[in-house]
Design a protein around this ligand. Sequence first.
Ligand SMILES: Cc1cc2nc3c(=O)[nH]c(=O)nc-3n(C[C@H](O)[C@H](O)[C@H](O)COP(=O)(O)O)c2cc1C
Length: 185
Amino acid sequence: MNNKQPVKVFHYLLHPYNTSLVTCCDAEGNPNIITIAWLIPVSVNPPLVGMSIGPTRFSYGLIRETGEFVINVAPYEIGSQVLFCGRRSGRDVDKFAETGLTQQEAQSVRPPIIEECVAHLECRVVQDIEAGDHHLVVGEVLAAYANRGILEENGLYRLKQVQPLFHVGRNYFTSTRSEYEKLSL
Ligand SMILES: Cc1cc2nc3c(=O)[nH]c(=O)nc-3n(C[C@H](O)[C@H](O)[C@H](O)COP(=O)(O)O)c2cc1C
């Protein structure tokens, strides 16, 4: 075990994580944006995603209030806006106004989608599980779509056209540096 070093923060060992801008709104439709890295597909049929979100976040209260949210997949180019939405609270600032990100109407939920993002998953909350200092919010995906031209015919991203945004940890981000290749069994 001499070649192993103990760590203080275990979760960074699981990063880099694809990072998204999650939109939500209050009962009057006033929107907010939260940066979320801890997102995971949990079921294909029915289509479910899991989101780990701290209950102290302003967005958590909004998501509880309306039961809806949108996962907006952020490209690397908007990394600074993603950092802003992850370091400021909607309690204090209007994140759409401050970042200049553009709202567009969603198809099946009230929170808006973000035009500068490359793909969108519109979700309705089906479960909310308290898990330590976060909650695992499970959302049913009501609609999922991507910008035209960024996907291969098999549904995978064309990484020449879209640079994903990965959170390495703290304020550090990266993207893919190469195309992917198919491995054989
Ligand atoms: C790169 C990045 C990733 C983050 N991922 C998460 C996450 O997965 N879950 C979470 O609860 N907070 C996460 N945060 C923190 C929230 O985005 C942050 O607390 C935000 O200011 C909350 O905004 P709100 O109060 O407007 O909801 C992340 C922050 C950054 C910068």
